[in-house]
Design a protein around this ligand. Structure first.
Ligand code: SF4
Length: 341
């Protein structure tokens, strides 16, 4: 904050190291939660507004500029052709969206990253088993724009928001289930009203409560849950993921030292999963977090965000603890032992 003010007041020049500091903020919201100053609610907004200034002044760092270019050209940061977007669902019998009760919005990481695709498949299977009326947009789906917005590129964000809003309107979408808490955040807060948006953990927790999904077999594992910033601190949803895990027989839920409001970010927000301003060093947030998970005694680290799955999965490899700790999305864990009534 001091550096931002110094730059705004022209006491310091723009530099690469200032850029690294500014872009390393993951918008995790921990400062909003913890800071005692009266402007705490505005800290993340100030960071985003500063990034908007950086865009306006043509000072965007190359890694971030590449992220923007890819989103604008391909609709995703992976440079994947649009027609590949629904490939993860091939052979699963999941219908294209055509007026079903829910649109299952998968997002870029769920569509293209291998770990994200596993979570998307597990969730698709669970929704199908529970008889939920839903469909996907496949190649019509577009990036939701949460990270673009947080990185201050308002022109591209507005374009994405308009495209998606028009698509939802034309298709008659009223209710959305998101795989990613990042999409959940932006659809609720930045898109025009009239949409009911649910993170999938709330849907699954309710399906279990209603008896439409019944976990039966035993998992017999100690499981720790990592609260994603955009589901926890940004949306206040701490219980649905824990309700799902608690309903699975054999799951012993153990908390990490930092949990719920005090959860420690995986380091992937604000597109850091792509731009990686932290690098993979041993003091990177993701490696600190998996060491913390290891200390809890868990052998499974449950996540409810495909970005966290990618970040923490890589950190487990970098730490060399693959034998002791595995990452699984909550939908995957529930998908293993669940039976349909
Ligand atoms: S990384 Fe998190 S705690 Fe740090 S400034 Fe950004 S939002 Fe605040």
């Amino acid at each position: 904050m001091w550096l931002i003010r110094a730059w705004m007041e022209e006491e310091i020049e723009w530099s690469e190291s200032l850029g690294k500091i500014l872009y390393a903020c993951t918008n995790c919201n921990n400062c909003v939660q913890s800071c005692k100053f009266p402007f705490n609610d505005e800290i993340v907004n100030i960071i985003t507004a500063t990034r908007e200034e950086v865009v306006a002044n043509g000072l965007v760092m190359p890694k971030v500029a590449r992220f923007f270019r890819n989103i604008e050209a391909y609709g995703n940061p992976y440079r994947e052709p649009r027609e590949n977007r629904g490939r993860w669902a091939e052979g699963m019998g999941i219908e294209p969206y055509q007026g079903q009760e829910f649109l299952f919005y998968v997002g870029c990481v769920g569509s293209f990253d291998e770990k994200g695709q596993r979570a998307a498949k597990a969730l698709g299977e669970l929704l199908t088993k529970a008889g939920v009326s839903f469909g996907i947009l496949g190649s019509r789906e577009e990036c939701d724009g949460n990270e673009v917005n947080m990185l201050g590129e308002s022109r591209i964000f507005q374009m994405l928001r308009e495209k998606n809003s028009q698509l939802f309107k034309d298709a008659g979408v009223k209710k959305i289930i998101t795989l990613s808490p990042h999409a959940y955040n932006v659809f609720r807060k930045e898109y025009p009203g009239g949409l009911e948006v649910f993170h999938y953990t709330r849907i699954l927790a309710d399906l279990i409560k209603e008896g439409k999904l019944k976990p039966t077999s035993k998992l017999n594992r100690r499981v720790s849950y990592h609260d994603p910033c955009f589901l926890g601190r940004h949306a206040g949803e701490y219980e649905a993921p824990r309700q799902i895990l608690a309903a699975i027989p054999g799951v012993e839920l153990v908390e990490m030292e930092r949990n719920r409001e005090n959860s420690f970010c995986c380091g992937g927000g604000s597109a850091n999963f792509y731009t990686d301003f932290f690098g993979g060093g041993e003091n990177s947030p993701s490696r600190i977090r998996v060491r913390e998970a290891g200390k809890s005694g868990a052998s499974v680290l449950a996540v409810a965000c495909p970005t966290c799955a990618v970040m923490l999965g890589e950190a487990i490899k970098d730490e060399g603890i693959e034998e002791k700790l595995v990452i699984k999305d909550i939908a995957e864990i529930l998908g293993e032992p669940v039976s349909h009534q």
